[in-house]
Design a protein around this ligand. Structure first.
Ligand code: DX5
Ligand code: ZN
Length: 221
């Protein structure tokens, strides 16, 4: 399958959110990536339900909601009602991950699980067949504009093997420090969805940057 591109609205202009949403609507992007942070699971607070709802009113592409919050079960239903089409929780933030995934599926939407950089790929063994997406954090979550952690490539490779071996249909999404410099290698390792925040929104021509990410191919070999 052709890979997907999901611009992270964390780097958008919050004072002109509607303008940036329209830019993404008219671009070659596939999803809106929305980073929800609680100031507990990660050392930053971004935005929550009212902003997701407001984005949903204008967005004409699926909302890929990345929950960087402790004990996300408390809010899954609320984010579903706010417009999430895909809800991703962190493995490190869930006491009963299997239950969280089941809960998301019971709402009739797709469920993802995310791993922090320090969490090994093999922690997914007992859950991989239950999820629609694995989000590999390639920076420590909490902030946009950080530097890509190179070990993430090996982790994507391992997860990709695990997906093939278990006949899972999960997509692999990579998030943090993604640019046109490293994206081909990420696709080659097995990534299917590229999240990019600052690389898109801090560029001179965001729609062209999205197009460049979309048109990338895997590196040979
Ligand atoms: C980080 C977030 C990312 C972030 C990526 O905690 O999960 O989605 O916005 O930003 P860049 O692409 O700038 O690293
Ligand atoms: Zn994210």
């Amino acid at each position: 399958m052709k890979h997907l591109v999901a611009p992270s609205m964390l780097s958008a202009d919050f004072a002109n959110l509607q303008g940036d949403i329209e830019m993404v609507n008219h671009s070659e992007a596939d999803w809106f990536h929305l980073d929800v942070m609680d100031g507990m699971f990660v050392p930053n607070i971004s935005f929550g339900l009212p902003v997701v709802k407001a984005i949903d009113r204008h967005a004409r592409k699926p909302l890929d909601v990345h929950l960087m919050i402790n004990d996300p079960d408390r809010y899954l239903e609320d984010f579903y009602h706010a417009g999430a089409d895909l809800l991703t929780v962190h493995l490190e933030a869930c006491q009963h991950l299997h239950r969280s995934i089941q809960k998301i599926h019971s709402l009739g939407i797709k469920a993802g699980v995310s791993l922090n950089p320090h969490t090994p790929a093999n922690t997914l063994e007992a859950i991989i067949h239950e999820v629609d997406l694995v989000l590999v954090m390639s920076v420590n979550p909490g902030f946009g504009g950080q530097q890509f952690i190179p070990q993430s490539i090996q982790k994507i490779h391992k997860i990709s093997q695990m997906i093939r071996q278990t006949n899972s249909s999960a997509l692999i999404e990579v998030d943090g420090g993604v640019t046109t410099e490293n994206a081909s290698e990420l696709l080659e390792a097995g990534a299917n969805v590229l999240v990019a925040g600052s690389f898109v929104f801090k560029s001179a021509d965001p729609p062209a940057t999205i197009q460049n990410l979309k048109q990338l191919r895997k590196t040979a070999g």
